[in-house]
Design a protein around this ligand. Structure first.
Ligand code: SAM
Ligand code: SF4
Length: 346
C-alpha cells in the first residue's frame, strides 16, 4: 500500500481535535470494512440479505486514508468490524498499513471484532502487526444452538480460532448477545467457560436494528434480569474498569473474572460516547442509534489532498446527536432503524 507524504506528517502538522457539540472528544473510530459475512445471525441479518455492489466499497487504500485522517484528529483507538472483517479480501494489507500508527505512537490501539470463523488463519499475523486484543462474538457453547443462532456457523471453527488467538498471545474478550429463551439459561456456563480460559465476557442487549424477520420482543432479554439472576449465585462487584467502549464491568468473586454489560436498552450510555462509525462505503454515522450520516467518500475522492475530507469530518462531528432513542415494546413492532447492525458493525 502506498504511503503518501501527508500520512507521514501526523506528528508534525497537528490538526484540531474532534470535539462534538456536547463537549465529548471523539477518540474512537469503528470501521465496518465489509457488509458481508459468512454467518447470518438471527438478531443481525435476515437469511436473504442484499449486499452492496463491490464497486460501492472504499478500497483498502481509501479506508486507510480515512482512518489516518481520523488518527490525525486525535482518534486513539481503531476497531475494524463488519459484517465479518476477516472475510474482506486483503484485510491484512489494511491491518499492516494501519499498524504504522501504533509504531509512531499516534494510536493506542488497533483491534477488531470478529466471529472468529477465519481467526485460526489470521491470529498470529494480527499479533505480529501489533494487535493486542480482540473481541470474539459467541453466544452459546452448544453446537446445535450455535448453528441455529448463526444459521451458517460452525462452533468448532470458532473455538479453533479462539485457541489460535490465545496461543498467539492475543487477549480475547467474548461478546454474547443475551437472547430470550435461547441462551438465557446458559449465561452462567458461558461465563465460567470464558473466565476459566482467562477471557472477559461481555453481555449485550439486542438492539432493534434492521428487519431480521423476527419480532425483537421475542429476542429481547433485559440485562437487568440476567444480572439479578446471576447475583443469586455469584457475588458481582462493580469495578472501575474501562476499555474505551460502552460496557460497564463487574468482578465475579467466584471466578475472579470480569463480566461486562452493554445495556443500550435499559441504561443509556450516550453521555460518555467517544465514538463514530464509518461504513465500508465511506458513510460516517455519528450515532449507532440515529439515521443522520455524512458522506466521506465524495470529499475523499474529490481531491488527493485531505482538506475536503477534514472539512466533511468537522461538519459531521458538529452534528453528533446527544444520544439514541431505541425502543422495543409491543407498540413498536418495526425496527427502530431500517439499517442492519452489519452495516455499521458492533
Ligand atoms: N461479524 C463480527 C462479529 O459478529 O463479531 C463483527 C460485526 S457484528 C455486527 C458486531 C457485534 O454486533 C457482534 O458482537 C454481534 O453479536 C452484535 N450484534 C449484531 N446485531 C445486533 C443487534 N441487533 N443487537 C445487539 N448486538 C448485535
Ligand atoms: Fe455476521 Fe457478526 Fe452479524 Fe453474525 S453478528 S451475522 S457474525 S456480522
Amino acid at each position: 500500500m502506498n504511503v503518501r507524504p501527508q500520512d507521514l506528517d501526523l506528528a508534525t502538522a497537528p490538526r484540531p481535535a474532534l470535539i462534538d457539540p456536547f463537549a465529548r472528544a471523539i477518540t474512537y473510530l469503528r470501521v465496518s470494512v465489509t457488509d458481508r459475512c459468512d454467518f447470518r445471525c438471527v438478531y443481525c441479518m435476515s437469511e436473504h440479505m442484499a449486499f452492496l455492489p463491490k464497486a460501492d466499497l472504499l478500497t483498502l487504500e481509501e479506508l486507510d486514508r480515512v482512518c489516518s485522517a481520523f488518527v490525525a484528529r486525535g482518534v486513539r483507538k481503531l476497531r475494524l468490524t463488519g459484517g465479518e472483517p476477516l472475510v474482506r479480501r486483503g484485510i491484512m494489507t489494511l491491518v499492516s498499513s494501519l499498524a504504522r500508527h501504533l509504531q509512531s505512537g499516534a494510536l493506542d490501539e488497533l483491534t477488531l471484532t470478529t466471529n472468529a470463523s477465519q481467526l485460526a488463519r489470521y491470529a498470529a499475523e494480527l499479533k505480529g502487526y501489533g494487535v493486542r486484543r480482540i473481541n470474539v462474538s459467541m453466544d452459546t457453547l452448544d453446537p446445535d444452538k450455535f448453528r441455529a443462532i448463526t444459521r451458517w456457523g460452525e462452533l468448532d471453527k470458532v473455538i479453533a480460532g479462539i485457541d489460535a488467538a490465545q496461543q498467539a498471545g492475543l487477549e480475547v474478550k467474548i461478546n454474547a448477545v443475551a437472547l430470550k429463551g435461547v441462551n438465557e439459561d446458559e449465561i452462567s456456563s458461558l461465563m465460567e467457560w470464558a473466565h476459566g480460559r482467562g477471557m472477559d465476557l461481555t453481555l449485550i442487549e439486542v438492539m432493534p436494528l434492521g428487519d431480521v424477520g423476527e419480532t425483537r420482543l421475542d429476542q429481547y432479554l433485559p440485562l437487568s434480569l440476567v444480572r439479578a439472576k446471576l447475583a443469586e449465585r455469584y457475588s458481582l462487584d462493580e469495578i472501575d474498569y474501562k476499555t474505551g467502549g460502552p460496557a460497564r464491568y463487574m468482578r465475579v468473586a467466584e471466578t475472579g473474572g470480569r463480566l461486562g454489560f452493554i445495556t443500550p436498552m435499559t441504561h443509556n450510555f450516550c453521555e460518555s460516547c467517544n465514538r463514530v462509525r464509518l461504513t465500508c462505503t465511506g458513510t460516517l454515522y455519528m450515532c449507532l442509534g440515529q439515521e443522520d450520516a455524512a458522506d466521506l467518500r465524495g470529499p475523499l475522492r474529490a481531491s488527493e489532498a485531505d482538506d475536503l475530507l477534514h472539512t466533511a469530518i468537522d461538519a459531521a462531528v458538529s452534528r453528533k446527536p446527544k444520544g439514541h432513542d431505541f425502543v422495543i415494546d409491543r407498540r413498536n413492532k418495526r425496527p427502530s432503524l431500517p439499517r442492519h447492525m452489519s452495516v455499521t458493525g458492533g
